[in-house]
Design a protein around this ligand. Structure first.
Ligand code: AMP
Ligand code: GLY
Length: 427
C-alpha cells in the first residue's frame, strides 16, 4: 500500500513510525513532515489544505490511502473531496468533523444522544443579554468556548462573573474571528481528565486504543499558560475496567450509534476528551483525530498492525481485526523552545539525538537547514517517548534521553506523570 500522511508534528512522527513497521506498506509519504519524518518515508512539500495539489500527488504516486493527522483538512472536507475518487481517506466526512469544528454541534449531538456532558447554552451577538443572564445562573468558574476552531486557544475559564460577561462580549465581538461568532457557555466540571481514542469504520465497528493522559500547561504542577501539550502517559490508572465499561456503554456506543442515526459518514479516529467526575465519565470535547502528544505515547502501546486497522476502517469494515494493547507503560515528554507558548526563537542547532538509545525522540518542530543541520523550527521541538514497566521506569528513560539532547533554551516539565504515580500509590 502507498500511504500519504498529512501533518508535520510529533503526532505525525509517531504515526509514521508505526505505519513504517507494517509489512503492508510499500511507500510512505509525509506532507509536509518535519526534520525527522524522513526516517520513515519521503517528505513532500504539500500543504494539507491544498486538496487540488494533494489530488495530483495521489494520482501521480498511486496513493491507496490518505491518513489525516490534524483536524484542519478534515473540517475543510478532505474526506468529501476524495469520496468518489480511487483513494481511501482515514478520517471523518466534513459533517463528522463538525464534532470538533463546531462545539455547538458537538453539544447538540451529545444532548440528542444522551451522552453525559456539562450543561450548556449557546449564544450569538443577538443574544448577548441572555448570555450574561445565563452566566449569572451558573457558579464560578465560568467556561466559555468559541464554537469554531481556534488553534486550541478558544476555551476560557474565568473566576469572576464580571470578567466572564466581558469575555463573552469580546468573544462575540470577534476575539477569535468567525470562530467565536457563536459561544458555548457551560457548567464547570471538576475532575481529572483523560483522552480516549476510538477507531471506527462507520458501519458500527470500532476499536478502542490505549487510554492516555496529557499535560497541557507549560509549568510544573499544571500551572501557567496552556500549550499544545507538554507530555503524556498511557495507561491511566483511574481508567480501569469499571470506568472504561461506563465509557463504552454511555459514550462510545451512543456516539457510534448517533453518527449512524444522523447519517454521518465517519471512518477514522474519534478522540474523546473525558473528565472523571467522581467515577463518572463525562465528555469535555470531541476531536476528530488522534491527540498530540498522546499519540507519541499511545503508538508505543499498540501491538497490532495499525496500518491494517486504519485501512480496514477507511474501507468501512474492521471485521474481526484485533487491536492489541501492550501491557507496558508508555510516556512522552515534550522538549520545547524557551519562551513557548509565547514567542520563541527558531533555527537553534539540535545536538545529541543520535546518542539516544533508551527512547524514541519523535520530531515535532524540527527542520533541516540549508547546511544540513538539524534545527528547531517550532515551539514543541521533540517528543521523547519511552516504555517501561511502570510510569517511573518509563519516565526515567525519557528524562535520561532529554539530558542527552541539546538546543539553546530547551525546556521540559519535570513532573509529567507525577499525579498518576500518586494515584497509583493510593490505590
Ligand atoms: P481545549 O479545548 O483542548 O483547548 O481545552 C479545553 C480545556 O479546558 C479542557 O482540556 C479542560 O481542561 C478545560 N475545560 C473545558 N470544558 C470544561 C468544563 N466544562 N469544565 C471544566 N474544565 C473544562
Ligand atoms: N492533546 C490534546 C489535543 O491533541 O488536542
Amino acid at each position: 500500500m502507498n500511504i500519504l500522511l498529512l501533518g508535520s508534528g510529533g503526532r505525525e512522527s509517531a504515526l509514521a513510525w508505526k505505519i513504517a513497521e507494517s509489512p503492508l506498506l510499500t511507500k510512505l509519504y509525509i506532507a509536509p513532515g518535519n526534520g525527522g519524518t524522513s526516517r520513515y518515508g519521503t517528505n513532500v512539500a504539500l500543504s494539507p489544505l491544498d486538496f487540488q495539489a494533494i489530488e495530483r500527488f495521489v494520482n501521480d504516486n498511486k496513493i491507496d490511502m490518505i491518513v489525516v493527522g490534524n483536524e484542519d483538512p478534515l473540517v475543510a472536507g478532505i474526506y468529501d473531496w476524495f469520496e468518489d475518487k480511487p483513494v481511501k481517506v482515514c478520517g471523518p466526512s466534513k459533517a463528522g468533523a463538525a464534532l470538533e469544528g463546531s462545539k455547538d454541534f458537538a453539544k447538540r449531538f451529545m444532548l440528542a444522544n444522551g451522552i453525559p456532558t456539562a450543561r450548556y447554552r449557546s449564544f450569538t451577538a443577538e443574544t448577548l443579554k441572555e448570555g450574561k443572564e445565563f452566566l449569572a445562573t451558573l457558579k464560578a468558574p465560568y467556561v466559555l468556548k468559541a464554537d469554531g476552531l481556534a488553534a486550541g486557544k478558544g476555551v476560557l475559564i474565568i473566576d469572576s462573573l464580571d470578567e466572564a460577561c466581558t469575555a463573552l462580549e469580546e468573544m462575540l465581538g470577534g476575539m477569535f474571528g468567525k470562530s467565536s461568532a457563536t459561544v458555548v457557555i457551560e457548567e464547570f466540571l471538576s475532575g481529572i481528565e483523560c483522552s480516549v481514542f476510538v477507531l471506527t469504520d462507520g458501519a458500527g465497528g470500532y476499536r478502542i486504543l490505549p487510554v492516555a493522559k496529557d499535560y497541557k500547561r507549560i509549568g510544573e504542577g499544571d500551572t501557567g499558560l496552556n500549550t499544545g501539550g507538554m507530555g503524556a502517559v498511557s495507561p491511566v490508572v483511574f481508567a480501569d475496567d469499571e470506568f472504561m465499561k461506563k465509557v463504552e456503554s454511555r459514550i462510545i456506543r451512543p456516539t457510534i450509534d448517533g453518527l449512524a442515526k444522523e447519517g454521518i459518514t465517519y471512518r477514522g479516529f474519534i478522540f474523546l476528551g473525558l473528565i472523571n467526575v467522581g467515577g463518572e465519565p463525562m465528555v469535555i470535547e470531541y476531536n476528530v483525530r488522534m491527540g498530540d502528544p498522546e499519540t507519541e505515547a499511545v503508538m508505543l502501546r499498540v501491538d497490532s498492525d495499525l496500518l491494517q486497522l486504519m485501512d480496514a476502517a477507511a474501507s468501512g469494515n474492521l471485521g474481526d481485526l484485533e487491536l492489541r494493547h501492550s501491557p507496558l507503560t508508555a510516556v512522552t515528554v515534550m522538549m520545547v523552545s524557551g519562551g513557548y507558548p509565547g514567542s520563541y526563537p527558531k533555527g537553534k542547532k539540535i545536538t545529541g539525538i543520535e546518542d539516544v538509545t533508551e527512547s524514541i525522540p519523535f520530531h515535532a518542530g524540527t527542520a533541516v537547514d540549508s547546511e544540513g543541520n538539524l534545527v528547531t523550527s517550532g515551539g514543541r521541538v521533540i517528543s521523547v517517548s519511552s516504555t517501561g514497566t511502570d510510569v517511573a521506569d518509563a519516565l526515567a528513560k525519557s528524562y535520561r534521553s532529554i539530558d542527552k539532547i541539546g538546543f539553546e533554551g530547551k525546556y521540559s516539565r519535570t513532573d509529567i506523570g507525577r499525579d498518576l504515580m500518586a494515584l497509583a500509590e493510593r490505590k
